[in-house]
Design a protein around this ligand. Structure first.
Ligand SMILES: Cc1cc2nc3c(=O)[nH]c(=O)nc-3n(C[C@H](O)[C@H](O)[C@H](O)COP(=O)(O)O)c2cc1C
Length: 398
């Protein structure tokens, strides 16, 4: 289940006999290198100890809606923003009923309201409770609301009954749950993503560069991978680890990036140029380090225009769907729309890098997707969540 690797999984645990299985779920998720945080309902504490789940998840357990220790005392919002997906296992008839009616009177239900990512539940209850028409109506409401229902299974129950209602085994639950990350929207598509900055050498120890952590491009490459695409990630120097399961190409200068893009462009369906490519480069690269000359108060360099990687892609006769980025500090939408036209792009993603809480080194971003026809605003969220939305958008319009 590689698709759960590096994911932030919020596990909700409710008060049923099967709560002991949640310990195995946490252990398995950790083995898959997922980061796990557990939210327990009050009654679940009677069935499994918070200490067990805390030790296994290596994270504090959350239970209280009113948490004075959380940032701004709003752990429901913090956890909803943190999570990539929410799994409630086991999920009692009571919690199913409260989710179906949109209640928000404890931490777990409030998180489900604040969370706009995928939600799965693993129902676990006595067979008569499961078959009850009110439970079935509630489950239908959740299905209509895009909740993934994992199980329940059939067999002998803790109360001695035999029938449908027992929670699936942890491995079966995780198997179904992991399907949330395989959207399949880009199956059999090839996506080339550029990310990070370029470095244009001045001399052997100095270079001209742009501010860029590469986080957005790497997140987009991962989102495309999760959507089933074959992905090539061409990256300038960053501090990030190369993601697994994609073709990674490391470059330094804009010229190297351009050559790598051209090399991999054949049969590419989508090109996403998120790299911060230096518009200019020093006209001359000094062979030796430029020494400080005490007699000179200033020195100057001539810069020349760099190669335009995006135009190099969009001017091809058999071109892919071309996506550019516009990191602007003023007139964001106007400047981005101009770039969309001048570079002949299909989509441009505009972000305001004058705001300090989003963009550049931040974990979060807020962007506007601009096509030749429309604008779509994506409000502030993690770069992972924004990337998924961008990939979903692209898969709808190509
Ligand atoms: C011993 C015992 C076992 C229970 N097992 C279940 C169960 O497996 N499934 C279920 O839906 N409710 C079960 N319940 C009832 C729930 O604990 C009860 O509805 C509780 O309010 C659920 O709250 P929660 O969903 O907020 O955790 C059980 C109750 C007791 C006392």
């Amino acid at each position: 289940m590689k698709s759960l690797q590096n994911k932030n999984i919020l596990l909700g645990v409710t008060g049923g006999i099967a709560a002991y299985k949640s310990a195995e779920i946490v252990r398995s998720l950790k083995k898959m290198n997922a980061d796990v945080r557990v939210v327990m309902t009050k009654s679940s504490h009677e069935f499994v100890t918070p200490l067990t789940l805390q030790a296994l998840s290596a994270n504090p357990i959350s239970s209280d809606l009113l948490d004075i220790n959380a940032e701004a005392a709003m752990s429901h919002i913090e956890l909803a923003r943190w999570a990539d997906a929410l799994l409630i296992a086991p999920c009692t008839a009571e919690t199913i009923s409260r989710l179906a009616s949109g209640r928000g009177d404890d931490l777990l239900t409030t998180i489900t309201l604040a969370f706009d990512g995928p939600i799965a539940i693993a129902p676990a209850m006595n067979q008569a409770m499961w078959r009850d028409s009110r439970t079935q109506d509630n489950v239908s409401k959740l299905v209509a609301n895009n909740t993934l229902i994992c199980g329940p299974g059939t067999g002998e129950q803790a109360c001695g009954d035999v029938g449908i209602g027992r929670m699936l085994e942890p491995e079966e639950v995780l198997n179904i749950f992991s399907s949330l990350f395989k959207s399949g929207k880009l199956i059999s598509k090839k996506v080339v993503v550029t990310a990070g900055p370029t470095q244009e050498p001045i001399d052997p120890v100095r270079y001209l560069t742009n501010r860029s952590s590469g986080k957005m491009g790497y997140a987009l490459a991962n989102a495309a991978l999760e959507a089933g695409a074959e992905v090539v990630l061409i990256s300038g120097p960053t501090d990030l680890n190369a993601p697994e399961h994609l073709h990674f190409v490391s470059v330094r200068t804009a010229k190297e990036m351009h050559e790598a893009v051209q090399h991999h462009l054949n049969s590419t369906d989508i090109f996403i140029g998120s790299a911060a490519v230096s518009d200019y480069k020093p006209s001359k690269e000094y062979k030796n380090k430029i020494k400080k000359d005490k007699g000179k108060k200033s020195i100057s360099f001539e810069l020349e225009e760099n190669i335009d990687i995006l135009k190099g892609v969009s001017s091809q006769t058999k071109r892919p769907f071309v996506v550019g980025f516009a990191a602007e500090t003023q007139d964001v939408i106007k400047n981005a729309r101009e770039k969309l036209g001048s570079k002949n792009l299909d989509l441009i993603i505009a972000n305001d890098v004058s705001k300090t809480d989003i963009g550049f080194d931040s974990e979060e971003n807020e962007v506007t997707l601009i096509t030749p026809r429309d604008d779509y605003f994506i409000s502030k969220n993690s770069k992972k969540a924004i990337s998924k939305k961008i990939i979903d958008f692209i898969s709808e319009v190509i």
